[in-house]
Design a protein around this ligand. Structure first.
Ligand SMILES: [Zn+2]
Length: 380
């Protein structure tokens, strides 16, 4: 049901296909985030038009509202959100550690207060497997401890020990649920922690690889405020440490330049809320001018598309002058159009990276692309 075929490599960059029960995902691939079971502001036909193959949903949010049992009663996540393609749910760990008032982290799990109504809850490795089994996404993530960025080595060591212990419990529960609870085929990905400490990263990768033949690997604990150089070095270490015939999902990345740098270091799957969040701030990505804010006065009578090289609905239909007018007028349509554009921008970047890996021109193309994007960005 789950398979990964590596078709071509160019340096460490990889083009492949991740097969799931709900369809194939050509990699590298950006996955739009549907936090509460919706890619904010878009209908699913629009998500399909972006040519996004796999979408993400957040366990933490769906557990709190409307509740995972209700989602199950309404047919499971695919039926509930009307998406027939592959879905990945995260473990809720990141949200518990970043959004809530955590009451305590202990060996058993994490006690936290809901950011919605302050009610108290506990996530354990077992309960998180139960919830994700109930939601019934194709790919589910193990419950890990994600300490905040910039933490010291002792904190990272403790988090790694706990993450490994929790992973074994997740695997036990996952296997038991597969036997005992009727449901769709699912793949469980572990989440690698270790902050920016090379030896901890290597040790954890080795532990995980030895524990089980995972269908894929989540790379966590990056893009949380560390220096870019540290992130790139860790990815190079993991590229060597992880099996080549399994997809690597770099969690929470990213911005266009980060995505390309990570592809160059062997990552295959990506997600980030930036495309829709930036859209709410009137910001768009462009291949010739980097990141731009449409509020700028210079766009007032600019009759070019948001990004002249883009094939999205917003760029095919409207010009910058009109989108700027919508942004400064705080019209809802500005958020929709910029969300469509920013999401398509990242999906298209994955498609082009894949094509370039295929014909062996990835590295040259990536360097040119980044130079253009970053130079122009510094002028804005
Ligand atoms: Zn566009």
């Amino acid at each position: 049901m789950f398979d990964y075929t590596l078709s071509t490599t160019d340096g460490a960059a990889r083009a492949g296909t991740f097969t799931t029960p709900h369809g194939d995902v050509p990699t590298p691939s950006f996955m739009p985030v549907g936090t509460a079971g919706t890619v904010k502001g878009l209908i699913m036909e629009e998500v399909e038009e972006l040519r996004a193959r796999m979408v993400l949903a957040n366990t933490y949010h769906l557990y709190l509202r409307p509740g995972h049992e209700m989602v199950r009663r309404l047919g499971g996540l695919h039926a509930f959100m009307r998406w027939d393609g592959p879905i990945l749910t995260d473990s809720g760990g990141y949200q518990v550690f970043s959004l809530t008032d955590i009451r305590s982290v202990h060996e058993e799990g994490v006690e936290f207060q809901s950011h919605i109504d302050g009610s108290r809850h506990t996530f354990t490795p077992e309960s998180v497997m139960d919830i994700q089994r109930t939601l019934s996404a194709d790919v589910i993530m193990a419950f890990d401890e994600c300490p905040p960025g910039g933490g010291d080595r002792a904190t990272a060591e403790t988090a790694n020990r706990r993450t490994y212990d929790w992973l074994r419990r997740c695997l036990d529960r996952f296997r038991a649920l597969e036997q005992e609870v009727e449901g769709p085929a699912q793949a469980l990905f572990p989440v690698l922690q270790g902050n920016v400490y090379d030896d901890l990263r290597r040790e954890q990768a080795r532990q995980f690889v030895d524990l089980h033949d995972w269908r894929g690997y989540g790379i966590g604990g990056l893009s949380v405020g560390e220096e870019k150089e540290d992130m790139w070095r860790v990815l190079e270490i993991l590229d060597q440490a992880l099996p080549r015939d399994r997809p690597r999902y770099l969690m929470g990345v990213g911005y266009p330049d980060d995505l390309l740098e990570a592809v160059a270091r062997g990552c295959d799957l990506f997600d980030c809320v930036a495309p829709t969040r930036n859209a709410r701030h009137g910001t768009a990505w462009t291949s010739e001018e980097g990141q731009v804010n449409l509020k700028a006065a210079r766009f007032r009578e600019d009759t070019r598309p948001i990004d002249p090289g883009c094939d999205c609905y917003a760029c095919s239909r409207y010009d910058r002058a009109y989108v700027r007018h919508l942004v400064v007028s705080a019209e809802w349509l500005s958020v929709r159009l910029l969300s469509i554009h920013n999401l398509r921008f990242l999906v298209r970047l994955g498609e082009e990276a894949r094509r370039r890996i295929g014909d062996g021109s990835f590295d040259t193309w990536r360097r040119d692309w980044l130079e253009r994007y970053r130079n122009e960005r510094s002028l804005v």
